[in-house]
Design a binder for this molecule. Sequence first.
Ligand SMILES: NC(=O)c1ccc[n+]([C@@H]2O[C@H](COP(=O)([O-])OP(=O)(O)OC[C@H]3O[C@@H](n4cnc5c(N)ncnc54)[C@H](OP(=O)(O)O)[C@@H]3O)[C@@H](O)[C@H]2O)c1
Length: 240
Amino acid sequence: MSRVALVTGGSRGIGAAISMALKDAGYKVAATYAGNDEAAAHFTKETGIKTYKWSVADYEACADGIAQVEADLGPVDILVNNAGITRDAPFHKMSREQWQEVMDTNLSGVFNMTHPLWPGMRERKFGRVINISSINGQKGQFGQVNYSAAKAGDIGFTKALAQEGARAGITVNAICPGYIATEMVMAVPEKVRDSIISTIPVGRLGEPEDIARCVVFLASDDAGFITGSTITANGGQYLT
Ligand SMILES: NC(=O)c1ccc[n+]([C@@H]2O[C@H](COP(=O)([O-])OP(=O)(O)OC[C@H]3O[C@@H](n4cnc5c(N)ncnc54)[C@H](OP(=O)(O)O)[C@@H]3O)[C@@H](O)[C@H]2O)c1
């Protein structure tokens, strides 16, 4: 029987590529999103992957949403914590709201999604938790104290929980994408994009599929010996 994968923020950008790659690899996939109904409906129409709407920042909504996914598809074996937002500002101009929103989504969201699924994974002695962090959680980024702190927190979460899951057959890993050619990055002026690309040794932006392939590998049985690790997928832009 095919395993069930749940991808947060799985209807757009990197998450959409992850959802599709997991489906192509034979998983039953559920993708969540926060509010863009139109993008989610389009994604479901194009791919046949069912989408579910709730905010990862809301613990109760996560528990209820997960229960619905499990009623529809069966127990979740693979969780990809991909949903994420930016609320950029230099620190002296950053509001408490900008700080809190990013922490609630990018860090607490990972707790809120993983915590309700953890007992079932422990019971079934199998699980894969894959957290999408960021190059900016590794190196820090001007104007992103909130985002960098949350994404660095995701790496700490990964390393600690990996130790708790190891004996229960659950691996917990993080992936740190560099600049990926999503809508957000492609919307910046070409000149700015070119200056970003000039800092990437491989000479190109990443594609969402570059990250999706890492997820498919980490989700597989072949990756059972890999836990607590951080895969750096950034074209050589920042070496850890
Ligand atoms: N793009 C990059 O270059 C890059 C680089 C490093 C790391 N990352 C990380 O990779 C992940 C995906 O980035 P992306 O660029 O693909 O983002 P994106 O295109 O903006 O898509 C974000 C997805 O997350 C969902 N989402 C946002 N807030 C949510 C919430 N509170 N609850 C549930 N879902 C929520 C969105 O739903 P709606 O469609 O409803 O808005 C959307 O499906 C993020 O964690 C990001 O930090 C991206």
